[in-house]
Design a protein around this ligand. Structure first.
Ligand code: UFG
Length: 332
């Protein structure tokens, strides 16, 4: 398959490009490098430095490169910023995605794989989260992703585009060979921040909230390895062979892990203490989010390989050791 990976220079997109190549597909990347890293993409991959909202330019690429399927990873994803600047999020995550979908209809490309999030479920009443758990986001970031899901459902109904929607839980880890990994600017995610606290690159890790209704009082999350996420994307192609398809899958390990358990695991893997201090809850953090991944396992034959949090963090640690400043192209 010829696959255009939009946002392919970002964290999850770049791991997907690597997996697509390993599976024998032709992966091409479109990224405006606002958050992506050029060096996350190997030189043998065709790269377009282009904005996904540029309908005519994207349609031209889709036609010229005979693209069969588009994967869309490019979005703004800072929950806090989405609350203070919602229009920025609606413009990019919804508006530009509509332009991308219009470009696909212009070029007659009919298959789409979309990165959604467990944030579309808000604070669910039931755990673990299944695909038909009610979706009720509690921040604009989650709402923008849900809007796109609704658009995709409507497009499947018309037969114009078939879609697979993946709702990621906490993407984490790095490529097994240490070549690519996580580098956000600013970094807000727990595992890279804990590693940076352990190595002394940052001050003590702030534990946001220790009075949650969870076993140790800290939030529970479902840390799914980025290569496990990438593998699910490749196993969904058959599902999109027919028109009018809309399929959705939760991608998580199904195992809840607390903030304190993450800090313990980082200490074990690195052999270094993680300086940490208790802090107030962070606004908008649900106490517990973890997936029921039965649907992805049964329908896609997908099995997450990194079920043990230490094996996941070991890959993040390996990446950090060879790239202590990430890709070295941004200041955080
Ligand atoms: N945390 C800390 N200290 C930190 C950073 C995080 O205690 O310095 C805690 C958070 O409070 C949370 C857990 O660690 O309980 C994980 O936090 P992350 O920021 O790593 O991840 P989130 O669960 O907040 O966010 C992820 C994705 C978002 C998505 C969200 C859905 O990164 O894109 O899940 O809830 F929207």
């Amino acid at each position: 398959m010829n696959v255009l990976v939009v946002g392919g220079a970002g964290y999850i997109g770049s791991h997907c490009v690597k997996q697509l190549q390993a599976a024998g597909h032709r992966a091409l990347v479109l990224d405006n490098l606002v958050f992506g890293h050029r060096s996350a993409i190997s030189d043998d991959v065709t790269f377009y430095n282009e904005d996904l909202g540029n309908r005519s330019a994207v349609a031209k690429i889709l036609l010229e490169e005979k693209i069969d399927l588009v994967m869309h990873f490019a979005a703004f994803a800072y929950v806090g910023e989405s609350v203070t600047d919602p229009l920025k999020y609606y413009e990019n995550n919804v508006g530009n995605t509509i332009q991308l979908l219009l470009a696909m209809t212009d070029a007659g490309v009919k298959k789409f794989v979309f990165s959604s999030t467990c944030a579309t479920y808000g604070e669910p009443d039931e755990l673990p989260i299944v695909e038909d758990t009610p979706q009720s986001p509690i921040n604009p970031y989650g709402t923008t992703k849900l809007h796109v899901e609704h658009i995709l459902k409507d497009l499947a109904h018309t037969g114009e585009i078939s879609s697979a929607v993946f709702r990621y839980f906490n993407a984490s880890g790095a490529a097994e060979d240490g070549s690519i990994g996580e580098d956000h600017a600013p970094e807000t995610h727990l595992i890279p921040l804990a590693i940076a606290a352990a190595t002394g690159q940052r001050g003590a890790l702030k534990i946001f909230g220790t009075d949650y209704p969870t076993p140790d009082g800290t939030c529970l999350r479902d840390y799914i390895h980025v290569d496990d996420l990438a593998r699910a994307h490749i196993s969904v192609f058959d599902q999109l062979a027919e028109p009018n398809k809309f399929v959705d899958y939760n991608l998580g390990t199904g195992k809840p892990t607390s903030v304190r358990e993450i800090l313990d695991a980082v200490e074990k893997v690195s052999g270094l203490p993680v300086p940490a201090e208790e802090a107030a809850r962070r606004e908008g953090d649900p106490p517990s989010l973890y997936a029921d991944n039965t649907k992805a396992r049964t329908e896609l034959g997908w099995e997450p390989q990194y079920m043990d949090i230490e094996s996941n963090i070991a890959t993040a640690w390996k990446w950090h050791q060879s790239h202590p400043d990430g890709y070295g192209d941004t200041q955080d």
